[in-house]
Design a protein around this ligand. Structure first.
Ligand SMILES: NC(=O)c1ccc[n+]([C@@H]2O[C@H](COP(=O)([O-])OP(=O)(O)OC[C@H]3O[C@@H](n4cnc5c(N)ncnc54)[C@H](OP(=O)(O)O)[C@@H]3O)[C@@H](O)[C@H]2O)c1
Length: 272
């Protein structure tokens, strides 16, 4: 079955599921996860300068023998590289590590105070020169996105934020969708910190699916891109096996009640 894609405001398509690779730093572990993912049909990989594994992603896609155009590769500018000259120089390094002359998506990793405005201008320049097919942001709140309207020539293609049934952020999703910004859900499994909710488990049992599959499918039905991370081949397959069933409106509404503002990563909420 062909995996769904979403069209970004640049006209480029993004596969609706990507493999997250944060915290995967071991060479062999990375290659095994990548190979399992590629075999299962993943073509979208979410990396970052901060993850210190862009070189492993570069090696892995090269080793696959598949052409570069088959893959959708994302990286993100690390907080330490937000000064404009550093954005450009660090991005050149990223391309070398990824063994590619472009990325499909380049993000600012976090709304770093003061520096984010000129860092975005540097991303616009990279986009204009073709180094990134699409550019976007991560961890931006509505406030940060509204501020961007004052200085951005290009509307971000995506906002990558923490999202799962236990952290739903409906206002932020609605704002992004109204602005034509695709929302990417990071930590879609809540970093596996809450895998025992009885309501999720009951719905999983009803559909003959796993707990993780219900968490991921709920996000997919909201029209979001999902970035589950796993280094376990069986889970990598499990996480992508969610496009052959549909959660009913009634059960979606039940899952909508599980929001408890659970943040498992960093919070941008109070970043000025
Ligand atoms: N932009 C940002 O600031 C930001 C922040 C955080 C994350 N991200 C991105 O989002 C990706 C995913 O987020 P995340 O790594 O925080 O967490 P996640 O995907 O929500 O959860 C990953 C955890 O769940 C486990 N897991 C995976 N599939 C499972 C399954 N089917 N059943 C049970 N457990 C399962 C994994 O274990 P194993 O690996 O051992 O299988 C791992 O411990 C990251 O890798 C990164 O690409 C971005």
């Amino acid at each position: 079955m062909a995996l769904p894609e979403i069209t970004l405001n640049t006209g480029k398509n993004i596969p609706q599921i990507g493999l997250g690779v944060w915290q995967v730093k071991d060479d062999q572990e990375f290659q095994t996860a990548f190979d399992a993912a590629a075999k299962a049909g993943y073509r979208h990989f979410d990396s970052a300068q901060f993850y210190e594994n862009e070189h492993l992603l570069g090696n892995a896609w090269k080793n696959s023998g598949l052409p570069r155009e088959e893959f959708f590769l994302t990286t993100k500018i690390a907080l330490a590289n937000f000064k404009p000259a550093k954005v450009a120089a660090s991005f050149e390094e990223s391309l070398k590590k990824l063994q590619s002359d472009y990325v499909d998506l380049l993000l600012l990793h976090f709304p770093v105070t003061i520096l984010r405005k000129n860092a975005w201008k540097a991303l616009e320049q990279i986009y204009a020169e073709g180094g990134a097919k699409s550019i976007g942001v991560s961890n931006y709140t509505i406030r940060h996105l509204k501020e961007m309207k004052k200085y951005a020539k290009i509307t971000p293609a995506v906002n990558q934020i923490e999202l799962h049934v236990f952290l739903q952020q409906p206002e932020l999703i609605e704002y992004c969708q109204n602005e034509g910004i695709v929302v990417e859900a990071y930590s879609p499994l809540a970093h596996s910190q809450d895998m025992n909710d009885q309501t999720v488990q009951k719905i999983a049992d009803k559909y003959g699916k796993t707990y993780a599959q219900i968490m991921l499918r709920w996000l997919v039905q909201k029209g979001l891109v999902i970035l589950p991370k796993s280094v376990t081949p069986s889970r990598i397959v499990e996480n992508i096996s969610i496009f052959d069933f549909e959660i009913s409106d009634q059960d979606m509404a039940v899952l909508d009640t599980l929001d408890k503002d659970l943040r498992t990563c960093w919070s941008p909420v109070y970043v000025p």
